[in-house]
Design a protein around this ligand. Structure first.
Ligand code: SAM
Length: 216
């Protein structure tokens, strides 16, 4: 077996106390999401966000694409790490949440780096492929039913050394629960099997709800 410690709340607090501070608008957005109640769980975790920022800075990533804006935490996080010419195109079908997300982007002074699109993820990706767009980093964090479609379309949108990151692939640990028969767990398990069988290079990073990290 591999050697990994389990991370409890005390360790998370310790990690945060030894990590660079969040941007004030990231903190404000986290608080806002908490005020929404249980849908707060839709936001990526702070550890995942820190990791995305590290990737963007260390790989000099310039052009990002995201499916699943929600209230904008992952988008804001990425935008804060992009250099001044960097851009993110983020897609979500939820018009109301998009207005909220845009208000946080404005407050953090990153609106110029972000193009939000309110539409269906599949249609939007098809259009981007048709227009021959290419990205350094693609984050998929939307409806699990479409994960295989998003994966296949994203492969056509990735630059040569680009990274494709897919959230929720450990599904709160349910992927190893043989008794879990619900539709979404099955969708995630099918998706993971599909990625496993594909030729793309990949590994699963066990932070938040699990990031599948893929590259050509
Ligand atoms: C898990 S949340 C995204 C969280 C966000 N990345 C963050 O960290 O705050 C998933 C989002 O996907 C959006 N979504 C669901 N189905 C979609 C579809 N077919 N097309 C576009 N967006 C969709 C939902 O409206 C929701 O805002």
């Amino acid at each position: 077996m591999d050697k990994n410690i389990s991370i409890d709340h005390k360790l998370i607090e310790y990690i945060f106390s030894h990590t660079s501070n969040l941007h004030p608008i990231q903190k404000e957005l986290i608080k806002y999401n908490e005020s929404l109640g249980h849908i707060n769980r839709l936001q990526i975790s702070i550890l995942q966000a820190n990791f995305l920022q590290f990737l963007i800075k260390s790989r000099k990533i310039n052009k990002c694409l995201e499916v699943g804006t929600f209230t904008g935490y992952s988008t804001l996080t990425m935008a804060l790490s992009l250099n001044k010419n960097g851009k993110i195109h983020t897609i979500d079908k939820d018009k109301e949440k998009n207005i909220i997300a845009k208000s946080f982007f404005k407050k953090a002074n990153v609106s110029k780096k972000i193009r939000t699109e309110v539409s269906n993820g599949n249609d939007a990706l098809t259009k981007l492929i048709k227009n021959k767009n290419k990205y350094d980093l693609i984050l998929i964090d939307a409806d699990k039913e479409n994960y295989i479609n998003y994966f296949n379309k994203s492969l056509k949108l990735l630059k040569k050394n680009g990274l494709l990151i897919v959230d929720n692939v450990l599904w709160k640990g349910e992927v190893t629960n043989d008794n879990a028969k619900d539709k979404l767990t099955q969708k995630i398990k099918n998706f993971n099997l599909y990625v496993k069988k594909s030729k793309i290079k990949k590994y699963i990073l066990p932070i938040g709800d699990g990031f599948y990290i893929c590259w050509k």
